[in-house]
Design a protein around this ligand. Structure first.
Ligand code: AMP
Length: 282
């Protein structure tokens, strides 16, 4: 497994792999790997000649007062796990190499980034779409792998790929969960034991909504009220948002009449967790 930290060097390497006719699968990450990351790498391994993983805690997708400085980092552990998972190349650039002095070009997806996490984290998706565009240009993958846990991110990246005619496929893979249902996240390690127990309320909210829909509830307000009450009943949890929306436009829905995305974000102390479920009518 090769580890490269200079952008021109990864670009040369990937260009020559492409010229040799190799297919390239890219897994962009911020590191501190868990099974969610590894599941993306395994799919990329199965579907491509070459697997490239990027590890970069992207400063421009964190707002002021967010957790950029305290974001979990474990480069040595990550490299060992990537190697065991059959990754060929890991790109670990510095922030200075990605955003050199004078950098001033950003990529913005407009409407899809207005709601959900975009509303609570202004500028976040602009940071995501800018780094993803740069990584796509440096690595020129045939396929890029994303997790459903960050559903809005995947919708925004698909839009970006379509709108800018980028020549690659976006592959979306299911959320990997702990045994008790909590979605795996690098941030979970920062939860105290009581917060970790309380964090089950995210998954429980998703199950509650699925259950209500399965017995015929179609009113978004009725379901959202129940979820709000469930989260308010958990003293360690503070609801950031919960929404039922169209899975393509991400616009809020009043009634559940077809596939619907339920998405929520909840804070536990300084740790903000997200989760979602694609609800289908029975
Ligand atoms: P991150 O390092 O958190 O930016 O995540 C890198 C990629 O892994 C993103 O595409 C995430 O959606 C995906 N991912 C994160 N957590 C999970 C999970 N629990 N299950 C599946 N994919 C995940």
């Amino acid at each position: 497994m090769r580890v490269i930290d200079e952008p021109p060097s990864v670009q040369r390497q990937c260009t020559s792999l492409r010229r040799e006719g190799k297919t390239i699968g890219l897994v962009p990450t911020m590191g501190a790997f868990h099974e969610g990351h590894l599941s993306l790498m395994r799919s990329a391994r199965a579907e491509n000649d070459v697997v490239v993983v990027t590890i970069f805690v992207n400063p421009i997708q964190f707002g002021r007062g967010e957790d950029f400085d305290s974001y979990p980092r474990d480069l040595q552990g990550d490299l060992a796990q990537a190697e065991r998972t059959g990754v060929d190349l890991v790109f670990t650039p510095s922030a200075e190499a990605i955003y050199p002095k004078g950098f001033q070009t950003y990529v913005d997806v407009i409407e899809l980034t207005e709601g959900l996490c975009g509303a609570s984290r202004p500028g976040h998706f602009r940071g995501v779409t800018t780094i993803v565009t740069k990584l796509f240009n440096l690595i020129r993958p045939h396929r890029a792998y994303f997790g459903q846990k960050d559903y809005q991110q995947s919708a925004v990246v698909r839009r970006l790929v379509d709108d800018l005619n980028l020549d690659l496929d976006i592959v979306l893979l299911p959320t990997v969960r702990e045994a008790d249902g909590l979605a795996m996240s690098s941030r979970n390690v920062r939860l105290t034991p009581p917060q970790r127990r309380a964090a089950c309320v995210l998954h429980a909210s998703l199950r509650l909504a699925e259950e209500r829909v399965s017995v015929g509830e179609r009113s978004a307000k009725a379901i959202l009220d129940e979820i709000r009450a469930m989260i308010e009943a958990e003293p360690l949890a503070r609801l950031d948002y919960v929404a039922l929306c169209d899975p393509e436009t991400l616009k809020p829905l009043d009634r559940i009449e077809g596939p619907t995305l339920l998405a929520l974000a909840v804070r536990f102390g300084g740790t903000r967790l997200i989760d979602n479920s694609l609800i289908r009518l029975p």
